[in-house]
Design a protein around this ligand. Structure first.
Ligand code: SER
Length: 576
């Protein structure tokens, strides 16, 4: 089963079953060759942080399993809706409460075709939804997307049928796909909830073993919402770890750390904290507590399913990651929780009932607390308000400063990639700087287009967040010029031009018109990277060691920061 860490560098985690099928929707991979058919179906581990604040209610989760059927130019609306109807009504014997379809907006018309198909099946309650509710995708900065129709059973949305009719370019421009496709997604947990006729997903047999375990082991009863958070997060933690994520302060690692540091205090309050010696033989025995014990329960239960047997094979490794994070959190927890208690008491005694953004910021950055735990504790347990907008602002500033500090400290040395202009600390960062590196080549080309060939590169500096391009030019750029440069770069990104290189003798390379630094000493053989179909017709040619993306569309949306004294270019990565 494909990993929770996608190949697609524009997203941190796999959020939907369709993600791995993007190339098939775009005609870049051949489904007949790979699946023997234009149609296929899957079950996919998925993870979404978008619902993290809702976890604790009846039906929201971070980690879930998604069932889906897909067609890449095979069947379309009629069959997809008929299959959906047949499965829910005939196979499962459930009643469709109502369905929703896309009601249309200025850009895309209402989906009357789906309305007619539902009517022909005898479904009466058909509701029209907005762009926000009934239009899906893309994942990341670009990709296939289209109107959706959703099936509700007992008021619960169980199945989302997406008709991928468009390609969304970075920046939001929609283009009709040559071959429309179907992407459907049905959360297994919600489906089980309606099939087993349970009021919440947590009472289904998917969660029962974890709840039974918690109920047996807890020394004091806790509210349901708290147990639900533990049960949801522990599944996410186990599956993120087994797919290779490790707790850290960035990207996927930061998501994992937040989950762990939210679940740990919940368990502490539960007092599931006494060490337990586990293992059959003494030499294998080790002490487990809190989160590890619940993780072990998840591993035991899921390993009963053949496809998840790898969890038990890697049990010790998973538990070790949890134990180490537990230990490091222990070192800060006691002190931090005293500080938090004090802040809470003060908010109550001074009658404001508000926790300031600065206090939240300190708890997160100095005491290593998960923002979600602070919300749980202050808001849900004590009924206080939090100044979250102030916190968000402080936190963003802090991240920028620590990034700058890191760059200064390393100065580009000791990191896995350092060509003088690129700095990346790990695979995920490497993917980002690679995208920005190609963007930098396009930027140089666009600047020369707009300002003239006198533009000369003086240097550049690329980190995972942004690229900086230094160049000589006698005056500041006007806002119109900046805008034009930005547009040109985005235009080339949208054209999805191939990026390639040719290795050749230096003297020959110089004759190709490729850009290079006059003062730099190059070896006798150099690589010329070019953007375009051939070296002759390329828009950009530069002496360069790489690495680059293979096609410009992988760059994402390109933006020039208007506040920068010289062009400082960011592209936006859409987070989950
Ligand atoms: N991609 C759609 C979703 O995630 C349907 O699979 O809801």
């Amino acid at each position: 089963m494909p990993s929770l860490i996608p190949d697609d560098p524009s997203v941190l985690l796999t959020t939907a079953g369709m993600q791995q099928f993007k190339p098939y929707f775009l005609g870049k991979a051949d489904p007949i060759k790979d699946f023997g058919s234009k149609n296929t179906a899957s079950i996919q581990k998925s993870f979404r942080t978008s619902d993290i604040d809702l976890v604790g209610d009846e039906s929201h989760l971070t980690f879930f399993e998604m069932l889906g059927n897909f067609s890449f130019g095979g069947y379309f609306k009629k069959e997809a809706i008929e299959y959906g109807y047949e499965f829910i009504v005939k196979e499962l014997g459930l009643e469709i409460h109502y369905v929703t379809v896309f009601g249309g907006d200025r850009e895309v018309g209402a989906d009357e075709e789906s309305v007619k198909i539902w009517q022909s099946l005898g479904v009466k309650d058909i509701r029209k939804g907005s762009r926000e509710d009934n239009f899906w995708g893309p994942t990341g900065s670009e990709g296939p997307c289209g109107p959706t129709t959703e099936i509700y059973v007992r008021g619960v949305e169980v199945w989302n049928l997406v008709f991928n009719e468009y390609y969304c370019h970075p920046g939001g421009k929609l283009e009709k796909l040559r071959t429309p496709g179907v992407d459907t997604g049905m959360g297994l947990e919600r489906l089980v909830m309606v099939v087993q006729n349970m009021p919440t997903i947590f009472e289904t047999d998917l969660f029962k073993p974890i709840f039974n375990f918690l109920d047996q082991r807890l020394s004091k009863p806790r509210p349901e919402w708290s147990k639900r958070i533990i049960a949801d997060h522990i599944r996410g933690i186990v599956f993120l770890i087994v797919d290779g994520v490790r707790p850290s302060n960035k990207d996927q690692g930061y998501i994992l750390r937040r989950l762990m540091r939210r679940a740990m205090p919940h368990l502490l309050e539960f007092q599931l904290w006494d060490p337990v010696v586990v293992g059959e033989k003494n030499d294998h025995a080790f002490k487990m507590r809190g989160l590890e014990l619940v993780a072990d329960c998840v591993i035991r239960e899921y390993s009963k399913i053949k496809d998840y047997k790898y969890l038990s094979d890697r049990r010790e490794e998973i538990l070790k990651v949890i134990r180490e994070e537990n230990d490091s959190f222990d070192r800060v927890y006691e002190n931090g929780s005293k500080v938090l208690e004090k802040i809470i008491n003060k908010a109550v005694s001074d009658g404001t009932f508000v926790i300031s953004g600065k206090d939240i910021f300190d708890l997160v950055t100095s005491h290593g607390f998960s923002i979600e735990w602070i919300k749980d504790k202050a808001r849900k347990i004590h009924g206080l308000k939090l100044e979250l907008d102030v916190f968000d602002e402080e936190f963003k500033k802090h991240q920028e400063v620590s990034r700058a500090g890191l760059e200064k400290k390393f100065g580009g040395h000791g990191l896995i990639l350092n060509t003088g202009e690129l700095k990346a600390g790990d695979e995920a960062e490497l993917k980002k700087v690679t995208r920005l590196h190609t963007a930098t080549h396009l930027l140089q080309w666009a600047l020369r287009e707009v300002l003239g060939k006198e533009v000369k590169q003086a240097g550049s500096d690329i980190t995972p967040e942004r690229t900086r391009f230094d160049f000589t030019f006698p005056r500041k750029l006007t806002p119109e010029e900046t805008k034009k440069v930005e547009e040109l770069v985005n235009q080339k990104i949208m054209e999805n031009l191939p990026v390639s290189f040719k290795e050749m003798p230096r003297l020959e390379a110089e004759k190709t018109g490729a850009l290079y630094f006059f003062k730099e000493k190059y070896p006798d053989k150099v690589k010329v990277y070019y953007i375009g179909k051939s070296l002759e017709s390329a828009v950009s040619k530069e002496f360069c060691g790489g690495p680059h993306v293979d096609h410009t569309s992988k760059i994402g949306e390109f933006k020039i920061d208007p506040r920068a004294p010289r062009p400082l270019c960011f592209f936006s990565l859409r987070l989950l």
